[in-house]
Design a protein around this ligand. Structure first.
Ligand SMILES: Nc1ncnc2c1ncn2[C@@H]1O[C@H](COP(=O)(O)OP(=O)(O)OP(=O)(O)O)[C@@H](O)[C@H]1O
Length: 341
């Protein structure tokens, strides 16, 4: 296994610079998710790490070995990197056995290796002769992962591997695939634009936007304390508000809130970020607004409230306490996810 280090990586397609001096380090044995909006350059980064593209500038290391810089480009087959692509991952005309053993030298295409991989991916032995069209979406993804892991890669790259699965299957396939990666002790780099997937599956999440990495942190830390407003909005739902901060007292359209400690990052006129679960609907308060819409999710509902100044605040409420549209509700702020200058 091996770490992955990208340093100052730039990639230009014609006149467009897609990666703009990107730095990222994935530790040995760690699963890192790269989370970012569509078109921010995630797939380009994976293809550079895999060796399908040579960066315009910068350096890629796998462990200590430089595999790409201004002069060196080690070809993909010499990098020992497994790749699980977005869609059409399996060869449709090959059965599971031949899909899994595909990347191995002929002498290593043994029944023993096949069985090891089926066991690792928790696939029943009977599926060895099945064709991809006969498998569920989740099973197909596990076969794709088994195929990527069979040649004992140093690093496994996963490009939105669950995006073609339906929502219920996506969550379970994600958990299963991560369990296989961890069991194999593989270093994993998972690219996704789905924040729930990134937060729930990875050891750490790198938030990417417009060709650079904006923050790398553990999921809880990233959600609770994003480094700026943009990161906070890319990771989970958030309302951005303006307020006035004096010491630890924050005044805004949501009233006066005393923060647990005075933020060191900002004072005076500030922007701050509020998660839907940090706002409570209360009966008696001077900070009221009108319910604009309600989306019921089963275990909770999301209510959007328009304040007097036109600000729209998103609030998460219990399924038993859902207000009607058009009613006036009071809001109480319990905490913030970040205060910024
Ligand atoms: N081979 C190429 N030639 C020209 N432009 C390219 C090429 N590959 C990617 N691009 C452009 O680079 C940008 C980033 O693409 P990339 O696929 O890396 O983004 P992404 O973050 O993976 O997006 P998505 O989540 O939609 O897959 C896009 O604007 C894309 O059109």
């Amino acid at each position: 296994m091996s770490s992955v280090t990208a340093t100052g990586v730039r990639m230009r397609f014609g006149s467009t610079e897609v990666l703009k001096g990107l730095d990222l380090r994935v530790e040995d044995g760690e699963v890192m998710a790269v989370l970012g909006p569509s078109g921010c350059g995630k797939t380009t980064l994976l293809r550079i790490v895999a060796g399908f593209l040579a960066p315009t500038a910068g350096e890629i290391r796998l462990g200590e070995a430089i595999v790409a810089d201004g002069t060196t480009v080690v070809p993909p087959w010499r990098r020992r990197v497994g790749y699980v692509p977005q869609e059409g991952a399996l060869f449709p005309h090959l059965d599971v056995r031949r899909n899994i053993l595909f990347g191995l030298p002929r002498r290593e295409r043994t029944e023993q290796r096949l069985e090891e991989m089926l066991e690792l991916a928790e696939l029943p032995r009977e599926l060895a002769g099945a064709f991809p069209r006969e498998l569920s979406g989740g099973q197909q993804q596990r076969v794709a992962l088994a195929r990527a892991l069979a040649p004992r890669p140093r690093v496994v790259l996963l490009d939105e591997p669950f995006s073609s699965l339906d929502a219920a299957l996506r969550a379970s396939a994600g958990r299963e695939v991560m369990a296989v990666l961890r069991h194999a002790g593989s270093t994993g780099l998972l690219v996704t634009h789905d924040q729930a997937e990134a937060l729930s599956l990875a050891d750490r999440v790198a938030v990417m936007d417009a060709g650079t990495i904006r923050q790398v942190a553990r999921p809880q830390e990233l959600y609770a304390a994003p480094s700026d407003v943009r990161v906070g909005s890319l990771v989970g739902e958030a309302t951005v508000l303006r307020g006035r901060l004096e010491g630890s007292v924050l005044r805004s359209v949501l009233g006066t809130t005393v923060l647990p400690a005075p933020p060191t990052t900002a004072a005076g006129e500030v922007s701050f970020l509020v998660r839907p679960e940090q706002v409570r609907l209360v009966e008696d308060t001077e900070t009221s607004g009108m319910v604009r819409d309600v989306v019921f999710h089963g275990p909770f509902a999301v209510v959007r409230v328009v304040m007097v100044d036109g600000t729209v605040v998103t609030v998460r409420v219990a399924p038993t306490a859902v207000p009607d549209r058009g009613t006036t509700v009071g809001l109480h702020l319990d905490g913030v996810a970040g205060v910024f200058a």
